[in-house]
Design a protein around this ligand. Structure first.
Ligand SMILES: *[C@@H]1O[C@H](CO)[C@@H](O)[C@H](O)[C@H]1NC(C)=O
Ligand SMILES: *[C@@H]1O[C@H](CO)[C@@H](O)[C@H](O)[C@H]1NC(C)=O
Ligand SMILES: *[C@@H]1O[C@H](CO)[C@@H](O)[C@H](O)[C@H]1NC(C)=O
Ligand SMILES: *[C@@H]1O[C@H](CO)[C@@H](O)[C@H](O)[C@H]1NC(C)=O
Ligand SMILES: *[C@@H]1O[C@H](CO)[C@@H](O)[C@H](O)[C@H]1NC(C)=O
Ligand SMILES: *[C@@H]1O[C@H](CO)[C@@H](O)[C@H](O)[C@H]1NC(C)=O
Ligand SMILES: *[C@@H]1O[C@H](CO)[C@@H](O)[C@H](O)[C@H]1NC(C)=O
Ligand SMILES: *[C@@H]1O[C@H](CO)[C@@H](O)[C@H](O)[C@H]1NC(C)=O
Ligand SMILES: *[C@@H]1O[C@H](CO)[C@@H](O)[C@H](O)[C@H]1NC(C)=O
Ligand SMILES: *[C@@H]1O[C@H](CO)[C@@H](O)[C@H](O)[C@H]1NC(C)=O
Length: 473
């Protein structure tokens, strides 16, 4: 029993001698705490002490960091994470470190995807090291509210672009390290309008292969002349080249669009975009396959236009058009809906099953119009015929009364001396009408013969030819 008592006493003495409750895997001094090391595992959360000013998380394997990971580090001024993989950096993970001055997260596999938008927002830090990570873009808001930040190291990431105004409120910034990234163009628009006196940040861009394809935006403006002076480059001959057009990032006209296409029809997709230099377009198919400048039958990327010769219903889905140039990337989403083409038997029965209102009315009105036209033409024709007949009748009547109706049948009218030959016609006189009637019928080769009711030919009956012969005599 006494044995136990002395042990407990020893423990209490040891405890009181300790500067603080050091977390299991950490080595703690009065002010610094170095965790992990050979153990390579970190017991979370890491609990500190109000007097600790420095924390080094070295070789801690991999773990996510959120606002509960570091506790009781109210005096911490410097935090370094090294040889460790931060799986995810959640919102405000350093929220409980009001005294933090230096945050060193060099080479911890940070990417845009593995980081909350507000991971650093609002921190009072003066130095932030994010070198050798996997960031590819700096978005607006990522460094919002870092009013005291003087030194920002983003070297050795895969950075291609910084959004305009993304560094606008870093009013204390003195040095920005962007070495060894993938910048192709640069612009002072990153900083927005700088409301400073004469302390402008030095921007180091060594190890970026800047392009000469286009003029860097804003470099020639007088209010941004500080930028041209502050930038450290291996060569800078293309910053302000009046000969070329200003660079501009790709912009798509429609971010999302639904396109309906019929089954078995050809499909051509293009995305309306702007940007200089002219963006290269790749297509991401619903399967996830990305078509760069090549084809994957039946999908053909022909100079930025996606072509499918024959659409099938299984091709429906979300297509993404990705436009990229030196300034950035823009995406347009096209939702392709494939509607089935109705088959022929269905078409024939269509008026019964689903009468579409347009075609019947069109054909009906057309038919009515046609019939009206036909009837009108008939009426006009009849009227004309009637008129001709009337005129002809009147004319004939007039001429027959004057006994010169045979003028027409006489080839040589100057010989015609009908009055000189009166004897041969008297009994024919009454038959004139018959002769004329047959002529009117256009039947002048076959002479018409008037029949008597008893069927016998009248004795005085003469054919027209006979008549003509007589008149010619
Ligand atoms: C913190 O430091 C002060 C003096 O600097 C000391 O009195 C106090 O005991 C320390 N606290 C702990 C938890 O070590
Ligand atoms: C140290 O840890 C023990 C239990 O593990 C706890 O009772 C004690 O309050 C802690 N001391 C400090 C200063 O956090
Ligand atoms: C740690 O603090 C104790 C008193 O709390 C002090 O005696 C000791 O010298 C300090 N150690 C160092 C390295 O500062
Ligand atoms: C920590 O984060 C959680 C959600 O991630 C949130 O609900 C909570 O309020 C945060 N705590 C502090 C102190 O910020
Ligand atoms: C953290 O510190 C507070 C006092 O500042 C104390 O009450 C609390 O127990 C500590 N938490 C841990 C886990 O040691
Ligand atoms: C930050 O940490 C890395 C190791 O991860 C180290 O090489 C570098 O010197 C540190 N930077 C500063 C300013 O302490
Ligand atoms: C680093 O992160 C990337 C994704 O951002 C992941 O694919 C990769 O496996 C990570 N590396 C390690 C060593 O975990
Ligand atoms: C100029 O700089 C000084 C010192 O940094 C600062 O106090 C002052 O407010 C600045 N003036 C303007 C107009 O920004
Ligand atoms: C910069 O210099 C490298 C070689 O040192 C050269 O290949 C490149 O074209 C130059 N770029 C510009 C923009 O002058
Ligand atoms: C696509 O490739 C062809 C040859 O393979 C080339 O002529 C053409 O310029 C390329 N187009 C783009 C936009 O890269």
């Amino acid at each position: 029993m006494g044995h136990y008592f002395t042990l407990l006493l020893l423990l209490i003495i040891c405890k009181s001698l300790e500067a603080w409750n050091c977390t299991v895997s950490c080595k703690c001094t009065n002010f610094t705490s170095s965790c992990c090391g050979p153990q390579k595992t970190q017991h979370l959360p890491i609990i500190g002490n109000q007097n600790a000013t420095e924390l080094v998380l070295d070789s801690c394997g991999s773990f996510p960091m959120d606002n509960k990971t570091l506790q009781n580090f109210s005096s911490l001024k410097e935090l370094t994470v090294k040889r460790t993989i931060l799986l995810y950096l959640d919102a405000h993970p350093f929220h409980g470190l009001p005294m933090l001055q230096t945050l060193n997260l060099t080479e911890v596999n940070l990417s845009n995807a593995a980081m909350h938008q507000n991971a650093f927002a609002g921190l009072p830090i003066r130095r932030l090291f994010l070198a050798n990570n996997r960031l590819d873009q700096i978005r607006r808001g990522m460094f919002a509210g870092l009013m005291n930040l003087e030194h920002l190291d983003l070297s050795g990431n895969g950075l291609r672009s910084i959004e305009e105004n993304a560094l606008a409120n870093l009013v204390s910034l003195r040095f920005l390290n962007l070495d060894n990234n993938h910048f192709v163009t640069i612009t002072p628009y990153w900083f927005g309008v700088m409301l400073r006196n004469n302390s402008f940040p030095v921007v180091s861009l060594i190890g970026n292969t800047l392009t000469c394809e286009c003029k860097y935006r804003g470099m020639a403006l007088p209010e941004y002349q500080w930028f041209s002076r502050s930038v450290i480059l291996t060569n800078s001959s293309c910053m302000v080249n009046p000969a070329v057009e200003e660079c501009s990032p790709p912009q798509v006209e429609e971010v999302y669009k639904v396109v309906t296409v019929r089954d078995l029809q050809p499909l051509t997709l293009s995305c309306l975009l702007s940007g200089f230099p002219r963006p290269r377009v790749s297509w991401i198919l619903p399967s996830g396959l990305q078509l760069f400048n090549k084809s994957f039958p039946p999908f053909y990327n022909e100079d930025g236009t996606l072509h499918v010769p024959v659409v099938q219903s299984k091709f429906a889905g979300l297509y993404a058009c990705m436009a990229t140039n030196v300034e950035g990337t823009a995406v347009s989403l096209l939702n392709i809906v494939v509607s089935p083409t109705p088959n022929p038997p269905f078409i024939t029965s269509r008026p019964v099953t689903s009468p579409t209102p347009q075609t019947p009315t069109i054909s009906k009105s057309l038919r009515v119009l046609l019939w009206t036209a036909v009837v009108l033409i008939c009426i006009i024709f009849l009227i004309i015929l009637f008129c001709i007949l009337r005129v002809a009748c009147r004319y004939l009547k007039q001429h027959l009364c004057n006994d010169v109706s045979f003028n027409r049948f006489v080839d040589t009218p100057n010989i015609l001396t009908l009055p000189e030959n009166p004897q041969s016609i008297p009994h024919i006189d009454e038959r004139h009408g018959h002769v004329h009637w047959s002529r009117e019928n256009g039947d002048d080769t076959v002479p018409r013969v008037a029949e008597h009711t008893d069927g016998s030919y009248p004795p005085h009956q003469q054919t027209v030819t006979e008549l003509e012969r007589r008149t010619q005599l």
